[in-house]
Design a protein around this ligand. Structure first.
Ligand code: ATP
Length: 364
């Protein structure tokens, strides 16, 4: 319904650069999550798109039309905030109806929109309830329904479940996922919660310090982080990193890692000086009581069970410690001294914090 394009968009609050010259195309009719730690500039970016915050410099386009100076009410954007914005003292039906009254729709048209959207959002049984009787999660659904009923081209969500209790969060996530399958709008959803971003997003813009670090599908962001920040931020726990010297030997660059994984060879010639980081996600580390072909003998220091019912192992060799995640059954039979292997296709090598894109090989 609308392509949103930002171009060199910048916002400064005195000496703080909240949004640092960002350029990005948000895809039409898709859900993009802005994901990143607290203070990285997600809300400021969203508020500039909504027209609630004036940019310091740069441009915003909706469908190739520059909208920099367009007031919020003329942008055809719906927005749901952290706290549910509802009109107190009236019932749910009239809460959804209020903005529709300004649009000159007949009462029949309004009623149809309200019933359709209430059913879509799953609050059809609460339409006659007074808003004051509802819990925060249902109030937030009312806020969502009201925005959808206006039929804007763009929907913006700013951490809508931050203030919802833990039980309702799960219910909201599930319902929201189902809901978005039916929506045609271009949606931007701000969150610092990676599980939310992973479950809703078509694309994730990973942010840090006012910048976009990577803009990719959830799967690609997880499996092919472009930076150590992406490897660390995503995953629970995030990627393991082992710092190792990289040396040129016989015309090849070799990452000496005899402390833990085997020595890895970068097949292409390149100019790397000093140390690199080997990254591997905990669930991709292979562990076994029996010798693994490219494994190294290591010691399990700690075993704990994760919420998902997996074993989280803390494994040590020398002064290097890594975390591995393995299925519960497999973890039960492991002895203290095990073989550990980092499968080559699961290793990422980072030089200066950035991923080196090339094939790797173990030294035989
Ligand atoms: P959170 O998840 O905590 O909301 P965020 O990623 O949305 O964080 P922003 O709220 O956009 O981050 O803030 C980005 C930076 O801009 C922060 O350093 C914040 O302190 C600063 N900032 C945001 N709004 C203002 C303001 N109105 N005045 C001054 N500084 C601000």
């Amino acid at each position: 319904m609308a392509i949103i394009r930002i171009e060199k968009l910048r916002k400064e609050f005195k000496e703080v650069v909240a949004v640092n010259d960002l350029t990005l195309d948000f895809e039409d009719s898709k859900i993009t999550c802005l994901l990143g730690p607290s203070g990285c500039g997600k809300t400021t970016l969203l508020r500039m798109i909504a027209g609630l915050e004036k940019m310091t410099s740069g441009n915003i386009y909706f469908n190739d039309i520059k909208i920099n100076d367009l007031p919020p009410r003329k942008r055809n954007v719906g927005m749901v905030f952290q706290y549910p914005v509802v009109y107190r003292g009236i019932d749910v039906y009239h809460n959804i109806e209020l903005p529709l009254l300004k649009e000159g729709l007949s009462s029949k048209e309004r009623k149809k929109r309200i019933y359709d959207v209430a059913e879509m959002v799953g609050i059809e049984n609460s339409l006659k309830k007074n808003i004051n009787q509802l819990d925060n999660a249902t109030k937030q659904f009312v806020a969502v329904a009201r925005e959808i009923a206006r039929q804007p081209e763009i929907l913006l969500f700013d951490e809508p479940i931050t203030n919802v209790d833990a039980n309702s969060k799960l219910q909201f996530k599930h319902a929201f996922k189902e809901l978005t399958k039916q929506l045609k709008q271009t949606i931007i959803y701000v969150t610092h919660d990676q599980t939310e971003a992973m479950s809703f997003a078509d694309k994730i813009a990973l942010m840090n310090d006012g910048k976009i670090i990577q803009y990719d599908s959830p799967r690609k962001l997880y499996n092919e982080p472009e930076t150590t920040f992406g490897g660390w931020f995503l995953g629970n726990p995030g990627m393991n990193f082992i710092t190792q010297p990289c040396q040129k030997e016989d015309g090849q660059f070799k990452i000496k890692s005899d402390q833990f994984a085997r020595t890895v060879i970068l097949k292409k010639r390149r100019n790397i000086k000093g140390k690199v980081k080997i990254g591997i996600r905990p669930e991709y580390i292979k562990v076994s009581n029996e010798k693994l072909p490219y494994g190294i003998k290591s010691e399990i220091k700690r075993k704990s069970i994760t919420i998902g019912g997996q074993y989280l192992l803390t494994i040590q060799r020398g002064d290097i410690i890594v975390k591995a995640k393995i299925p519960h059954k497999k973890g039960l039979g492991l002895s203290k001294n095990i073989w550990v292997e980092f499968p080559l296709d699961r290793i990422t090598v980072f030089d200066n914090g950035n991923r080196i894109k090339e094939k790797l090989q173990y030294r035989e």
